[in-house]
Design a protein around this ligand. Structure first.
Ligand code: FAD
Length: 321
């Protein structure tokens, strides 16, 4: 008889931390990830010889277990400490970035795990005590004894609202609020002079960072990531990426001065970027349905919160009750 297995939907830091905890306790676990890459919002977009960390910019660890993991990632070459030129910006703990890109940061965490990439789960059903998953291409996957949703709360809401007995979980998920963020990737043929590598601002742009100031980036180009504010993003949620780049470049120039002509510009919409109204507890676990939900949105808008959430959910799954 095969041992009871766990399906984890989502291979961001929460899903990987949860799966790692289960795997370490010999629990068979399979992750399903809709993208071809791992890491979710810890992401890197590569375009020719340019690369942009267009999601999370750096990770800070206050939890000793995450600190240990980041140390491991640094000693194995998957991460380094980033010290940008940013006069006046407080920096209490080391800022750790993936190397050569943010998406590399989770490689050691994913090592040895069974991750099925490019598989989007569009529905889940509990039948006679077993979980079955339906993929976008119409396949049915199962049977799993336990299901973990390690995805943003609004997406977990969509997967749980039609479940028998899923009403309570769906209503808790429905109370979580997440803000969107347009991220612009701006590449210039060569480095231009600025007073800093990092600007925080108020207005349409809240963040502009020189990606090539991060360690391990070898691009000959000058690559910047610009993050729009939640308000600006909401006002422009249906805009085309090219229009977003064109609209935010002048805002960027207000911070750095004139930039070289003819930049590469693209934009990515993070529809669920940062939590505004968190759940207020580390995760959701229903021992009767054997259904768990985790993610940064449980606690805070930071990668560390996602790690804590996934790790805590693994403990609850293993404890069973
Ligand atoms: P995610 O990373 O969103 O992972 C969820 C995964 O599930 C994704 O890979 C997704 O593709 C997958 N998925 C979703 N639905 C399905 C489905 N139906 N089927 C299969 N797979 C699915 N945090 C920091 O600590 N420092 C920062 O500087 C920072 N800056 C940020 C800047 C931006 C613009 C954004 C967007 C976020 C930032 N964050 C930052 C927050 C940080 O990125 C998140 O807290 C963290 O990455 C969330 O991890 P997660 O695993 O909970 O979710």
């Amino acid at each position: 008889m095969t041992p009871p297995a766990v399906a984890v939907i989502g291979a961001g830091i929460a899903g990987l931390a949860c799966a790692r905890g289960l795997f370490g306790a010999q629990k068979p676990v399979t992750l399903f990830e809709k993208s071809r890459g791992l890491g979710g919002r810890l992401a890197t977009r590569r375009v020719g010889r340019m690369a942009f960390d267009h999601g999370a910019q750096y990770v800070v660890a206050r939890e000793p277990a995450l600190q240990d993991y980041l140390d491991l990632a640094c000693t194995t070459g998957y991460a380094q400490s980033w010290v940008p030129v940013a006069p006046g910006l407080p920096r209490l703990e080391p800022w750790i970035v993936g190397s050569p890109g943010m998406s590399s940061l989770l490689q050691p965490l994913a090592a040895g795990l069974d991750v099925r990439r490019a598989v989007r789960i569009v529905a889940c059903q509990r039948r006679v005590g077993e979980w079955w998953l339906k993929t976008e291409s119409g396949d049915e996957l199962g049977a799993y004894d336990t299901l973990v949703l390690a995805i943003p709360a609004p997406q977990a809401f969509d997967l749980t609202r039609d479940l028998n007995d899923g009403f309570e979980i769906a209503s808790r998920l429905g109370a979580v609020k997440m803000a969107p963020c347009w991220a612009v990737m701006a590449g210039f043929p060569e480095r231009f002079d600025t007073s800093a590598d990092l600007f925080k601002a108020e207005g349409p742009l809240t963040w502009a960072a020189r990606d090539v100031s991060k360690p391990g980036r070898r691009s000959p180009h000058d690559c910047w990531v610009l993050h729009a504010s939640p308000d600006w993003t909401r006002e422009h949620i249906d805009a085309k990426p090219s229009a977003v780049g064109d609209a935010l470049l002048p805002e960027f120039e207000k911070l750095v001065g004139p930039t070289p002509r003819g930049p590469y510009l693209d934009a990515h919409l993070w529809r669920y970027a940062r939590v505004e109204q968190p759940l207020g507890e580390p995760c959701i676990w229903d021992p009767v349905m054997r259904l768990g939900v985790c993610g940064d949105w449980c606690l805070d808008a930071r990668a560390e919160a996602a790690w804590i959430s996934g790790t805590e959910l693994a403990k609850k799954v293993l404890a069973g009750g």
